[in-house]
Design a protein around this ligand. Sequence first.
Ligand SMILES: [Zn+2]
Length: 190
Amino acid sequence: MKGPLKLKDGDQALAGDGTRLCMAAGCGADAPHPAPRNRSELRSYIWFCLEHVRHYNSSWNYYDGIEGDALEEEIRRATTWERPSWKFGTGPSAAASTSQPFEDKFGFFDAETNSPDPAMMGLSTEEKHAWALFDLSPDTEMSKVKKRYNELAKSLHPDHNKTDPKAEEKLKEINLAYSVLRKNAMKEKI
Ligand SMILES: [Zn+2]
C-alpha cells in the first residue's frame, strides 16, 4: 500500500518548452492529468503523469483538512490506505446547495473502474471533468448542453447567491467547463 504522494515544492513544474511536468517529487514525466491542489482551491490544478495522478487520487483523503504535524502524524500511524474519495466540485443537481459533495456518477475519477463508460474513451481529463460538472453523458447534443449551462449559470448567479461565497467560484468552474465542451463540439464538426 502506498502512502501520500510526495509533491515537488512550489508552483506547477514546467519543462524548458513550457510543457507541464509531473508534480510528483522526483518524476520527470509529462503531466497530462490535472488534479485539484486542495479542496479550498478547486480550480487550482496541479498536473501529473498517469501513475502519479492515480497515486495522488488514492491519497486524496489524507490531504483533506490535515496539515503540518497532524498530517505527519497521520502518515506515521496509517497502515492502510483507503479508497479515494473525490469530492471536488459539485454536480449540477447540487448547484444550488454547496453542501452536497460532487457525485461521481460516471466513475470519471476512479482510475481503477472495471467498466468505463465507452463514451468516455478518448476524452481528456478536462473534458471528463466538464461532463461530470454538467452531470451529462458525453454523447449529449450541444443544444442540451447549452440549456444545462444556462440553468447552472442562472442558479449560480451572484444575485441569487448572496449568502453563498462559493457560488461565484463554482460559476467560474461551470464557465470553464462549458468552454471546454464547446471547443470539443466544434472540433467534432470539422
Ligand atoms: Zn509522475
